[in-house]
Design a protein around this ligand. Structure first.
Ligand code: GLU
Length: 486
């Protein structure tokens, strides 16, 4: 029987959840789901200075927003707890002791000055800086005495002599070969006893029975150290898969320069989590038939590691917007209303008393002009009398035309003459025709004054769709406000 698939996502809570991190989490989650395995969340917070509670909470809430639930980890716990590396110090200590005892690690007493001069020399000679193994010769007894006398020491891993290179089969990049000389004896525990990332990560992946480690390409060079540690401890190796780098539209590594890079920002900008996940899934993986729109459940069905490719992926925000608009249109009006509501509220727009029927009608009309949830704000601003304002600058030209005032007066009278609380599309079109024939105006001299009379701006709304959504009383009030300005 093959072992149950167990993947993990191991964020360091030192900032927001980056979209690259979210893609790693997504692939790990998808693969675990697909294989009916477990997805573990482990918090790599050994860097006490940079890790913050605030960042942790943001990472957790972003993962929840995206819908990647974890079977073990913070909040849910599990058989391998604790899931915070800062609470696993004793475990790393014990593993360091094991390696020291077996002669696979040693205490290093070298001063910072000596290490610095080694680095300088290597730099001058054009070599990559590596520790020269100076303290390998310090006997266990001598080390003990020096420690007892209060000397500070790091614990270094002793690179095994037997192999001259390491080869492993990466799930994405296929065969990866590292020459042993790529690393010198590296530190496992710092002189203050704090373990380093590679040590914690290797130990935890083993103890948490992780079978597949998916992570960003930039960790590839860490994998050699982790393999060495795991072999020295006689632990089985997980399978590794290193995901390609994500580039911005200019083919440079995706960074702040390109705009939003955190999931949080995408949420704030009105992107739907299902659209973001779908988009991220395609940054390095493709559907066998090239299908593009796939909600999470469908991704779980079709995802496979053999279709994840190693070439750089380009983060095309225009495509993300398109995808978002597709998801947004497919939502039921009820669901969509719930999602836009926080954005409307934040913009001071309150439609809590609006009848369901009105919400449905407005959404039917507006849905197709929304790419993100934020777009609802400008659309609904036009619907709110409290927000009605004449944009004097934009309207100056229209208000200066000779025929504008008369056009608005015909419009107002027409509104008064109509019965009922709302205009139908036909009512609007025939009233517009009346303005046209009464005054002999057409084109922009017809459309723009009417638009100013309705939304306070000469551009930005399809009137025959918008007007039937506004109460007649509201239309009257608005044109009266504009007429006062002429
Ligand atoms: N804590 C590491 C990071 O956030 C995790 C790397 C790994 O997955 O091994 O980059």
């Amino acid at each position: 029987m093959t072992a149950k698939v167990r993947t993990r996502f191991a964020p360091s809570p030192t900032g927001f959840l980056h979209v690259g991190g979210a893609r790693t989490a997504l692939y790990s989650w998808l693969f675990a789901k697909k294989m009916q395995g477990d997805f573990v969340l482990r918090i790599e917070d050994t860097d006490q200075e940079r890790s913050t509670e605030e960042s942790l909470q943001k990472v957790l809430s972003d993962l929840k927003w995206l819908g990647y639930d974890w079977q073990e980890g913070p909040e849910v716990n599990g058989p391998n707890q604790p899931y915070f590396q800062s609470q696993r110090q004793a475990i790393y200590q014990e593993h360091a002791e094991r390696l020291l005892k077996a002669g696979k690690a040693y205490y290093c007493f070298c001063s910072d000055e000596r290490l610095e001069s080694l680095r300088e020399t290597a730099k001058k000679e054009g070599r990559s800086p590596q520790y020269d193994g100076h303290c390998r010769k310090v006997s266990k007894e001598e080390a003990k005495e020096r420690l007892a006398a209060g000397e500070k020491a790091t614990v270094r891993f002793q690179i095994p002599e037997e192999k001259d290179h390491y080869v492993f089969q990466d799930l994405i990049r296929k065969e990866v070969k590292f020459p042993k000389e790529m690393v010198g004896d590296f530190i496992l525990l710092r002189s203050d006893g704090m373990p380093v990332y590679n040590f914690c990560c290797a130990v935890d992946d083993a103890l948490m029975n992780i079978t597949h480690v998916l992570r960003a390409e930039e960790h590839l060079s860490n994998t050699l150290r982790q393999i060495m540690i795991l072999e020295a401890l006689d632990y089985p190796l997980p399978q590794f898969g290193h995901l390609s780098i994500i580039l911005g539209a200019d083919k440079q590594k995706l960074s702040k320069r390109h705009g939003a890079t955190s999931c949080h920002e995408y949420a704030e900008r009105g992107f739907l989590p299902e659209a973001l996940s779908n988009f991220l899934a395609l940054l390095g993986w493709s559907h066998p038939e090239g299908k593009e729109i796939m909600p999470l459940e469908e991704l779980v069905e079709t995802f496979s590691l053999d279709r994840v490719h190693g070439s750089p992926a380009v983060f095309d925000e225009e495509k993300l917007k398109w995808m978002n608009s597709q998801y947004l249109r497919a939502l039921s009006n009820e669901d969509l209303w719930q999602r836009i509501q926080p954005f409307l509220t934040a913009a001071g727009l309150d439609f809590s008393d609006a009848p369901e029927d009105w919400k449905n009608k407005t959404l039917d009309v507006f849905k197709s002009s929304m790419e993100t949830l934020v777009d609802a704000v400008a659309l609904y601003q036009n619907m709110s009398d409290a927000h009605f304002q004449v944009d004097e600058e934009a309207c100056a030209e229209v208000l200066s035309w000779d025929t504008t005032k008369a056009a608005m007066e015909v419009w107002l009278q027409g509104l008064k003459d109509l019965s009922g609380d709302y205009l139908s599309e036909e009512d609007f079109l025939s009233l517009q025709d009346k303005v046209k024939s009464d005054l002999g105006v057409k084109g922009k001299h017809l459309f723009m004054p009417l638009r100013v009379a309705v939304i306070g701006k000469p551009q930005g709304a399809e009137m025959k769709l918008l007007v039937p959504l506004l109460a007649k009383s509201s239309l009257q009030k608005r044109v009266e406000i504009v007429l006062e300005k002429i």
